[in-house]
Design a protein around this ligand. Structure first.
Ligand code: HEC
Ligand code: HEC
Ligand code: HEC
Ligand code: HEC
Ligand code: HEC
Length: 183
């Protein structure tokens, strides 16, 4: 083998290794990005996955739909309630009908099958909670549920515990004896 042949053979090998180097580099960069994401950006309190990816940001913030339009119950009952498909169909009979999640939504509606939404907030049976008493005293949804207006998927406020409830009751000078919440 001549000197030049050896050289070209060596550089050919070097060239063959390059894609591996690039792949390795890319893999490390992706790993690094994932680590950074989990450490700094991933919200640990992300809510349950929903059968249809409903976004509060799109509806409540961008389209300015009031919370009460969908969560009617909050005004005068204990429960806020999740809207039935009829509410969605007031708009999605006509809006974005070709978008796959909306197709799915409409298929449920026309088949008479409700969409079963996962629930993130609940208190145990031995706790009495009522939305309307809070709403009528102008306690903002955000106090308990966080900034829902800017959420795509719900992020759960995990601080909704007994301490949290009674802390506000004390500050607002609302009765906070045990029987208020445990009846
Ligand atoms: C267009 C209808 C619509 C509007 C407007 C709307 N919501 Fe909702 N909301 C839903 C649906 C559907 C769900 C169930 C799916 C989900 O959790 O994303 C839900 C779920 C929630 C939940 C989570 C309940 C749980 O236990 O998982 C909270 C909290 C909530 N909404 C608060 C709000 C607030 C606050 C506003 C106003 C800023 C609002 N919503 C406006 C339809 C709506
Ligand atoms: C008052 C009208 C209105 C109601 C009620 C409504 N939507 Fe929408 N929805 C819209 C509009 C407007 C858009 C944005 C369409 C676009 O950007 O092209 C949208 C977008 C969407 C999208 C796609 C974008 C996204 O949010 O991720 C989904 C999924 C959706 N809606 C589901 C629902 C469900 C489920 C309900 C019932 C709980 C509902 N919508 C109730 C008006 C409405
Ligand atoms: C004082 C705290 C507080 C405020 C204010 C509040 N919520 Fe809730 N919310 C809760 C608790 C606690 C639950 C769980 C209730 C249960 O298990 O019965 C809940 C549950 C819900 C649910 C789940 C379905 C249901 O009916 O329980 C929705 C939707 C909801 N809230 C929407 C809202 C909206 C919209 C507002 C503002 C109009 C609001 N909440 C204001 C504490 C609050
Ligand atoms: C941000 C403040 C705040 C938080 C948090 C809060 N509350 Fe309240 N709560 C109030 C106010 C204000 C009233 C209204 C009292 C009135 O009108 O007499 C009230 C009233 C009540 C009442 C009715 C009391 C009565 O006089 O019969 C119950 C029950 C109750 N809250 C339970 C809870 C529970 C359970 C939680 C936690 C899941 C909670 N609250 C969290 C502010 C709060
Ligand atoms: C403002 C509402 C409120 C008041 C007042 C209140 N609680 Fe609670 N309590 C709750 C809520 C909400 C929970 C469930 C969430 C949790 O465990 O933090 C709870 C849970 C509990 C539990 C179960 C704890 C566990 O770890 O499973 C006990 C026991 C309890 N409360 C006793 C009391 C006693 C005793 C008082 C009076 C000194 C009292 N509570 C006053 C709201 C209240």
């Amino acid at each position: 083998m001549s000197e030049t042949d050896k050289k070209s053979e060596r550089s050919a090998k070097g060239f063959a290794r390059k894609p591996q180097m690039i792949a390795f580099g890319a893999a490390s960069a992706i790993m690094m990005a994932m680590v950074l994401f989990y450490v700094f950006l991933y919200p640990g309190n992300i809510g349950v996955a929903q059968p249809i990816p409903f976004s509060h940001r799109v509806h409540a913030r961008e389209k300015h739909i009031s919370c009460f339009f969908c969560h009617t119950g909050a005004i005068d009952t204990a429960r806020s309630g999740i809207p039935p498909l009829e509410t969605c169909m007031l708009c999605h009979k006509h809006i974005a009908v070709e978008y796959p999640p909306i197709k799915d939504l409409r298929a449920h509606y026309y088949a008479g099958q409700p969409v079963v939404w996962g629930q993130n907030y609940w208190v145990p049976d031995f706790v009495y909670f009522d939305h309307s008493v809070h709403i009528q005293r102008a306690v903002d949804c955000r106090k308990c549920h966080g900034d829902v207006l800017n959420m795509d998927r719900i992020l759960v406020n995990e601080n909704v515990t007994m301490g949290f409830c009674s802390e506000c009751h004390k500050q607002a000078e609302v009765t906070h004896d045990c029987f208020t919440c445990h009846r």
